[in-house]
Structure formats: structure tokens, C-alpha cells
Design a protein around this ligand. Structure first.
Ligand code: NAD
Ligand code: ZN
Length: 359
């Protein structure tokens, strides 16, 4: 098992990463659970079927547990499902001494984390990620749900009391979800760790390589990068914004595809390539974009926005993103691996590059 600690200005919490550790909840989380009156495990239907019983059994040694199941997928990050989760919290009799466990991928982490942030003005919660993507989302305390006008528009910062990451659960994860999650790892390497990036490029050429015996090691590295960024800037007033590398175009593509076409990570991969092109175009960098794109393509990622979306459409969505201020579109650009910065980019430049890509 690997263990690391995330520290912010207000709190610090452990991250446990290991095979089969969902069976050790009551011992690994003893200090946290012993003071609590009740636990509600919030999970989705797919994950519930596979792992909820194990977790109930494992925490039941310490305290009584209920389970709240929501449908699988991004649509559960909605007002409607949030309301149902609040109803479950009330009906299960959760009080301010209770605790929530988020058992699932990034959707469950964001939804259950937001429920914990807001139920009775905030109760603690534990992240139990079950997707590769959730190695990113489970650390850092960003929680929230979507509004029909945009993604993640309603939310709160609420750090978990602990993260317990059982890598055995990844064995049942579909390939497209492995690919989605790995994009966020690549992103961490691009923005913060050139050495890790080189290592990934040399060693990972297929999905099977991602799943291999080195997984635990590079999960720990990727989580450590995220933890360092969160430590420096918990509330995203500075360096934390660099985690949005690839996300400006990525979010627009996800939104246009109705969150059903491309996975989050696939959209981010196309967005990272786009950001490198923008960076080159503005004269900040000399990326060999073809070479970067080839590596991502070999791993099965799309390297551009699907051609059915017009550049006008995508630019309008980017302008409405919550990270855009006064209609200006801000990008995370990279001078070189490990050297990100923020830059406002005008629409004409963006339209030009988007059109070029389609030729
Ligand atoms: P997800 O939670 O929807 O999981 C993807 C799919 O895999 C779901 O259908 C789920 O049921 C299934 N699944 C989960 N674990 C499984 C397992 N072990 N075996 C088999 N199937 C399993 O999606 P995700 O990709 O994990 O997360 C995406 C979400 O994360 C987005 O909403 C995004 O906004 C959010 N996110 C949040 C942060 C943050 O800092 N809070 C960061 C990045 C992404
Ligand atoms: Zn992301």
C-alpha cells in the first residue's frame, strides 16, 4: 500500500492507495469513523452492484451504514439527483455527527462531496474513488453539480477527511474509462513534471501499458502532483487554474456532445493538443504538435474537436464557461513541459486554428 498526505491551509488528510483496501475501511479509517454516529455510502448503480456490499461490511465493524444509489453517469450531477440525495440523508437520519462515503468515479465524488458540503451546513466525507479519473477528482476538495446552462456551475470547496483508493476496483473499469482517466494523468505530467512526462512517453504506448504493474507507482506520482498544486492554491486563485490545461476546448466539446459522445478525458486530450497549437501560434512555444498528437493518438485519443461542431459553436460555448470572464476566453498555455501560464486568447485566433484543424 502507498500512503501520502494532502495538506491545505485549513486541513490535512491521508490518501491510501492499494489493492483490495476497500476491505480495510474500519482499520484504515478508524480515527475518523470512531467519532461518527452513522455513515451513508453514496454510490451509483454500476458501482453499487460491484462493491457496495464490501464497503458496507467493511465499515459496519465501526458503525451503522446506509446506502444511497443514484443512476450511473454524468446526468446524476443534477439538481434533481442532488435533491434525492438530500432526501436520503434526511430519511436515513444523518445528523451533524454523521459522515458520507463517496464510492464511485468523479461523478459520485463531486455529487456526494457537494451533498456533504451542504447537508446541515456541512458534514465530513470520505472519497473512495473507483475510476482512474477519480485519482484526480478525489483529491483537492472541489465538489459540485451541473446546471443545464453549464458544467460544475453549482458547487463548494469541501476537502475530504480521507481518500481510500482501492486499485482492485479498477479491474472492472471499461477500457474507455481507463483512457478517460489516463488523460488527466498525462495532464498532470505536462503541467508540473517533465521527468514524469518523459517516463510516460517512453513506457506507455497502449492501454495495456497503463494497466500494468507500475500503476500504483504512477498513480501515487500523479496524486502527489495534484496534492502539491492544491497545497499551493486551495481555492484556485493562482496555480490551481493550471489544472484546466486542455479543459477550455475540452469542456466545450463535452457540452456540445451532450456529455455522451466523448468521455471527459478524451475531450481533454483533444483540448491539450489544441492548447499547444494556440501556444505556438501566439509565439510562446515551439511544440512539435504532430509528435505530441501521435503519442496521444496511439493511445486511442481523439486529437481534435469532432468536425460536426462549427468553430463558431465551440467558441460560443467557451465564452459561456464559468472560467471565462467578461466573455474573454482564457487558456492554460504551455511554454514547455512544466511551464504553464494563463493567457486570454481572442476569438479570431481561436477560430483560425479550429478551422485549420478541419482542413
Ligand atoms: P463516472 O463517475 O461517471 O464514472 C464513469 C463510469 O464508470 C460510470 O458509468 C460508472 O458507473 C462506471 N464505473 C465507476 N467505477 C467503476 C468500476 N470500478 N468498475 C466498473 N465501472 C465503474 O465518471 P469519471 O470519469 O470517474 O468522472 C467524471 C467526472 O469527474 C466529471 O463530472 C468531471 O467534471 C469530474 N471531475 C471532477 C474533478 C474535481 O476536481 N472535482 C476533477 C476532474 C473531473
Ligand atoms: Zn478534468
Amino acid at each position: 500500500m502507498e500512503e501520502l498526505v494532502v495538506t491545505t491551509d485549513h486541513t490535512s488528510y491521508p490518501v491510501f492507495i492499494g489493492e483490495g483496501i476497500r476491505h480495510q475501511c474500519s482499520s484504515l479509517l478508524y480515527d475518523i469513523l470512531k467519532e461518527r454516529s452513522k455513515v451513508l455510502i453514496i454510490t451509483d448503480e454500476t458501482v453499487a452492484e460491484l462493491y457496495a456490499d464490501d464497503v458496507v461490511r467493511s465499515v459496519s465493524n465501526a458503525l451503522s451504514a446506509g446506502v444511497c444509489k443514484v443512476p450511473s453517469g454524468e446526468t446524476s450531477k443534477s439538481m434533481d439527483v442532488y435533491h434525492k440525495v438530500m432526501t436520503a440523508c434526511i430519511q436515513e437520519g444523518l445528523d451533524r455527527q454523521s459522515i458520507i462515503i463517496a464510492l464511485g468515479g468523479g461523478v459520485i465524488g463531486d455529487l456526494a462531496g457537494f451533498a456533504a458540503a451542504t447537508y446541515m451546513r456541512g458534514i465530513p466525507f470520505i472519497q473512495m474513488p473507483t475510476t482512474l479519473l477519480a485519482q484526480d477528482s478525489s483529491v483537492g476538495g472541489k465538489t459540485g453539480i451541473n446546471h443545464e446552462l453549464g458544467k460544475n456551475l453549482i458547487g463548494a470547496f469541501h476537502q475530504p477527511a480521507a481518500v481510500l483508493y482501492d486499485t482492485e476496483t479498477l479491474h472492472t473499469l471499461p477500457d474507455k474509462e481507463w483512457r478517460s482517466g489516463f488523460a488527466e494523468m498525462i495532464k498532470h505530467a505536462y503541467i508540473k513534471d517533465p521527468e514524469f512526462l518523459t517516463w510516460l512517453k517512453e513506457n506507455v504506448h497502449s492501454l495495456e501499458d497503463i494497466k500494468d504493474s507500475q500503476l500504483l507507482r504512477f498513480l501515487k506520482r500523479s496524486i502527489a502532483i495534484k496534492a502539491e498544486i492544491v497545497k499551493e492554491d486551495e481555492k484556485e486563485s493562482g496555480v490551481r487554474a493550471f489544472l484546466n490545461f486542455g479543459h477550455t476546448l475540452g469542456h466545450a466539446v463535452e457540452k456540445e456532445s451532450g456529455y455522451g459522445g466523448m468521455t471527459h478525458g478524451e475531450a481533454v486530450a483533444a483540448g491539450m493538443i489544441f492548447a499547444m497549437k494556440v501556444s505556438n501560434r501566439l509565439g510562446y512555444s515551439k511544440w512539435d504538435v504532430t509528435q505530441e498528437a501521435e503519442w496521444l493518438k496511439a493511445l486511442g485519443y481523439p486529437i481534435e474537436a469532432p468536425s460536426q461542431y462549427s468553430s463558431h459553436q465551440l467558441i460560443e460555448v467557451m465564452k459561456n464557461d464559468k472560467k471565462a470572464s467578461k466573455g474573454n476566453i482564457t487558456f492554460v498555455l504551455l511554454e514547455k513541459p512544466g511551464s504553464p501560464f494563463l493567457e486570454t486568447v481572442d476569438e479570431r485566433t481561436l477560430a483560425h486554428i479550429l478551422e485549420e484543424t478541419k482542413e
